[in-house]
Write a protein that binds this ligand. Structure first.
Ligand SMILES: NC(=O)c1ccc[n+]([C@@H]2O[C@H](COP(=O)([O-])OP(=O)(O)OC[C@H]3O[C@@H](n4cnc5c(N)ncnc54)[C@H](OP(=O)(O)O)[C@@H]3O)[C@@H](O)[C@H]2O)c1
Length: 256
């Protein structure tokens, strides 16, 4: 029996790439999946992979820039599966460019997908998990949330921002056994990065499967354990942790 048997996991950006890989990895540990993204065909392909692992999936086409659609996504999850144990905020937008040439629309698009949507999904999940007595939220950050490249103002700003969201969620979640951690991938060979001519796509890459294993490891930690940050990079060992701790020991402490 898988470590996540009986658990329900919702993954945003599950129509391809890292989100698909994480969904399949969680299904391999017997979690039931809720798959969200805009591309229904891609979601159905992920569903087939989840089913091939012997699990089941609920496909909910969702544009995470729409608050209304996010509300419906969580309502449908509860209506059909009646619980939510794991949220993976993975959907990503990547519009970038020199700062003096960036449009406000590009900035808004990236912020809407990479920061506003994780907040809206976290808020919805937190409400459910609080009633349920706990849960896990995993945010997909980036090495760009630690070290920046030029021409990446929207992307890097949102990835720095999600670190803050992670820490606040983790702090507020302590009392309710809701944990929140941020997994920061290094270069990962998703389909998006396989066919571009950008210099960074010629750098060494890890596979989606390796990255997925890191996310599944975070999801499988026993309840009181909190992992604030994990860096998954191409060097060996491929996973670096900071802040893995037993949150139950912190419940009585005042915040510092
Ligand atoms: N690959 C890397 O090297 C790398 C490195 C560091 C961090 N990351 C992070 O990993 C995550 C996934 O990246 P990836 O490489 O797998 O990218 P990807 O292949 O382009 O996948 C992005 C996913 O986000 C979804 N998405 C985008 N806009 C959306 C919207 N408005 N509503 C709902 N879903 C939306 C896409 O689905 P639809 O288009 O179907 O909506 C797709 O499933 C991102 O958060 C990214 O920042 C990736």
């Amino acid at each position: 029996m898988g470590k996540l048997n009986g658990k329900v996991a919702l993954v945003t950006g599950a129509s391809r790439g890292i989100g698909r890989g994480i969904a399949v990895g969680l299904a391999n540990e017997d979690a039931k999946l809720v798959l969200a993204a805009r591309d229904t065909k891609g979601l159905k392909e992920t569903e087939a992979k989840v089913v091939a692992q012997g699990s089941e999936a609920l496909v909910v086409p969702t544009d995470v820039t729409s608050e209304e659609e996010i509300v419906k996504l969580f309502a449908k999850t509860m209506e059909r599966l009646d619980r939510l144990d794991i949220l993976v905020n993975n959907a990503g937008a990547f519009d970038n460019g020199p700062i003096d040439q960036l449009s406000t629309e590009a900035w808004n698009r990236v912020v809407a997908v990479n920061l506003r949507a994780p907040f809206l999904c976290t808020r919805a999940a937190f409400r459910i998990m609080k009633k349920q007595g706990g849960g896990r939220i995993i945010n997909i950050g980036s090495i760009s949330g630690q070290r920046v490249r030029p021409n990446s103002a929207p992307y890097s700003s949102t990835k720095f921002g999600i670190v803050g969201l992670t820490h606040v969620t983790a702090l507020e979640g302590r009392e309710y056994d809701i944990t929140c951690g941020c997994l920061h991938p290094g270069n990962t060979l998703s389909e998006r990065r396989a066919d571009t001519s950008k210099t960074q796509d010629t750098e060494s890459m890890m596979t989606v499967e390796e990255l997925s294993q890191a996310a599944v490891y975070m999801a499988c930690q026993p309840p009181p354990y909190q992992c604030f940050r994990a860096y998954s990079v191409t060097s060996r060992p491929a996973l670096h942790w900071t802040g893995l701790k037993n949150i139950s020991t912190n419940k009585q402490k005042s915040h510092s």
